[in-house]
Design a protein around this ligand. Structure first.
Ligand SMILES: Nc1ncnc2c1ncn2[C@@H]1O[C@H](COP(=O)(O)OP(=O)(O)OP(=O)(O)O)[C@@H](O)[C@H]1O
Ligand SMILES: [Mg+2]
Length: 232
């Protein structure tokens, strides 16, 4: 993330400190795990934007537990002093336990039952990003089923890369499919914008990309995070 691109826009593009119903703290941290048996459904993109948002609330750590280290690669292009959050691997986690108020865990595609059990034992919320494609929805429902089997009551699907056209029925149909499979779904969703790809390439959160749709894209994650923190 270039220092140049970060400097001003951060303050102007971000709202003031969000008002939250439940203020996470080191004693009572928010621990959000992002997972799915399916790859390419925006797990890392979601993890980075959640962590960036939560960085406004207090010390936030993004734990990159994907061997591909995509989140670390993303933030590796960031000057640490300009970052809203830190990205670390599992080994470095011990240094932060009891210190941060928020943790976001990005996982690899195809977690096994043991990985999922570990997430349930650790997380306060498990987010399953999915696109509206039939196959992604099917595998997301399978992931939710596996989570339920190992005792989770804390997982929720998030629709990502959703069509931008107003009135598209795809989002409603995707929600209906998941709900019929017994999966809770976030009320808000994240639309598909090229700006996310530029964000990854530049190693910045989407609101720092110079693209006409960058702020619309960031708004989607802001709404989802408000739903996480306030339930609306
Ligand atoms: N809302 C979006 N709009 C457009 N492109 C997106 C969006 N979210 C993610 N992408 C793009 O989709 C691709 C996959 O995203 P990402 O790497 O976050 O998925 P992933 O689930 O972490 O993948 P993997 O399983 O490989 O770890 C990337 O090129 C990313 O830029
Ligand atoms: Mg990833």
């Amino acid at each position: 993330m270039s220092v140049k691109s970060k400097s001003r826009s951060v303050k102007s593009d971000r709202a003031e400190m969000p008002v939250v119903a439940r203020q996470p703290s080191p004693q009572n941290p928010l621990i959000i795990a992002i997972t799915n048996l399916k790859g390419g459904v925006a797990k890392t993109t979601t993890a980075v934007h959640f962590a960036d948002y939560l960085g406004q609330l207090g010390e936030t750590v993004l734990v990159d537990s994907d061997p591909n280290r995509s989140a670390i690669a993303w933030a590796g292009r960031t000057a640490p002093e300009n970052s809203q959050f830190r990205v670390i691997n599992e080994i470095q986690l011990a240094r932060y336990s009891g210190k941060a108020c928020c943790y976001v865990i990005d996982t690899k595609a195809r977690p096994d039952a043991d990985d999922l059990k570990a997430l349930i034992e650790t997380a306060t919320l498990i987010v399953l990003p999915t696109t509206t494609s039939g196959d992604d929805l099917r595998v997301t429902a399978q992931t939710a089923q596996l989570l339920t089997q190992v005792g989770s009551q804390i997982h929720k699907a998030l629709i990502t890369k959703a069509p931008t056209q107003a009135g598209s029925s795809e989002i409603l149909e995707a929600k209906k499919f998941l709900q019929a499979e017994g999966v809770s779904v976030f009320k808000h969703w994240v639309r598909q914008y090229k700006a996310y790809q530029y964000a990854f390439l530049e190693g910045v959160p989407v609101y720092q990309v110079k693209n006409p749709k960058a702020q619309d894209a960031w708004k989607d994650y802001q709404l989802v995070m408000q739903e996480v923190l306030n339930g609306d």
